[in-house]
Design a binder for this molecule. Structure first.
Ligand code: KG4
Ligand code: ZN
Length: 353
């Protein structure tokens, strides 16, 4: 960074339904982390409505950035770099955060670094106090599972800024499957956390749902739409037969199937690529059963598991500011031309080990 004084990083995130801003030091210490959620606005529709998201980002982004600065006890004069989510996400939503970041950077002569949203998720663990390390400190390379409402992918993190794609979902993201199944069960939106809660009172062995794509030694890709259909078929049959739905058992059995696949594929990928560490990140990494099972599964496989801190699992800007440490600033002329992107992987496939 080229400027004088305290050179903190201001992160801005607006890819979906959270408007977020955070201030992080160059050493990865989180000085503030503000998240303004739009969940109540979208809940009545059972999903995120892009137009409503964009409009509310417009209302929230200014105050959220101001609060992040004041919570951190700094001003823009202390900010040496602005890191902003460029994509993937909802184009209109991304545009709001990106335009705000560009305007601040341009007017105040601050560096601007565009960040891939998934890079934020898989490196949130590198923030100071960014995670739980039940098996000891994190070492490179690590395999990172990014598992959220929009993404389910496995990356090899060789070092900050150097990533290789190992596998992706071929259809629904795991969080999307959680949300759709929750809807089938009549649980509120977003459903992941409600399935997690219901599952605590249920029997995970009650219903034998499929473990999609668990067999096979090829690329560790995922598929969750068949599992979702299996739940729907079960629900339809129960309703047709006039049976009461065993919600806790359904939630626990579905959750167990998803978690089994996520854990097995992450650990297999680590072993295959010679990584002794596995990190779980993204909104679904807040799932209690996933957190338990990755720890026990890793221990049995001789791998160290690391859990992204709950506050940095669901969308936030601390992870964007943190990842912004590894990126290259855009030039002043390129800054104005910078556009959001709706989709695209963080990195090309990793070489097979
Ligand atoms: O990372 P995130 O906030 O947004 C995206 O980048 O998509 O992830 C949101 C997703 C939603 O699908 C939500 O249902 C899921 O994470 N989620 C959970 C839990 N908490 C959030 N899924 C399962 N168990 C949870 N405890
Ligand atoms: Zn996310």
């Amino acid at each position: 960074m080229t400027q004088q004084g305290t050179r903190h990083i201001l992160g801005i995130e607006s890819s979906c339904d959270e408007t977020a801003a955070a201030v992080v030091t160059q050493e990865g210490k989180v000085l503030s982390n503000v998240v303004s959620s739009q969940v109540p606005l979208h809940a009545r529709y059972g999903g995120v409505i892009p137009e409503i998201a964009s409009r509310n980002h417009l209302l929230a982004v200014g105050p959220v950035v101001d609060k992040a600065l004041s919570d951190a006890g700094v001003t823009l004069a202390d900010v040496g770099r602005i890191a902003v989510t460029r994509g993937p996400g909802l184009a209109g939503a991304l545009l709001v955060g990106l335009q705000h970041a560009k305007t601040l950077a341009w007017l105040h002569g601050i560096e601007l670094v565009p960040v891939h949203h998934v890079e934020g998720h898989i490196t949130a663990i590198l923030l100071q106090e960014g995670g739980e390390h039940p098996h000891g400190p994190l070492a490179f390379p690590y395999v990172a599972l990014a598992v959220s409402g929009g993404h389910t992918s496995l990356y090899l993190v060789r070092e900050p800024g150097s990533y290789g794609l190992l596998g992706v979902t071929l259809d629904d993201a795991a969080g999307e499957a959680f949300d759709k199944v929750a809807r089938l069960l009549g649980l509120p939106y977003p459903g992941g956390v409600h399935i997690d809660r219901q599952a605590r009172d249920g029997n995970a062995d009650a219903i034998a749902f499929p473990r999609p794509m668990l067999a096979g030694s090829g690329r560790p890709d995922f598929s969750f739409s068949g599992l979702k259909t299996a739940v729907r078929v079960y629900v339809d049959q129960a309703v047709a037969a006039g049976r009461t739905l065993p919600i806790p058992d359904l939630a626990a059995s579905f959750q167990e199937a998803v978690v089994d696949v996520l854990v097995r594929k992450s650990l297999d990928a680590a072993i295959r690529h010679g990584a002794s560490d596995v990190v779980i990140s993204g909104g679904v990494a807040a799932n209690r059963r996933l957190r338990e099972k990755i720890v026990t599964g890793a221990a049995a496989a001789g791998v160290r598991a690391h859990l992204t801190r709950m506050a940095y699992c669901t969308d936030n800007a601390a992870m964007i500011a943190g990842a912004g440490r590894y990126g290259t600033p855009v030039s002043r002329s390129a800054m104005l031309r910078l556009e959001p992107f709706a989709s695209g992987q963080l990195a090309p496939p990793a070489e097979a080990a």
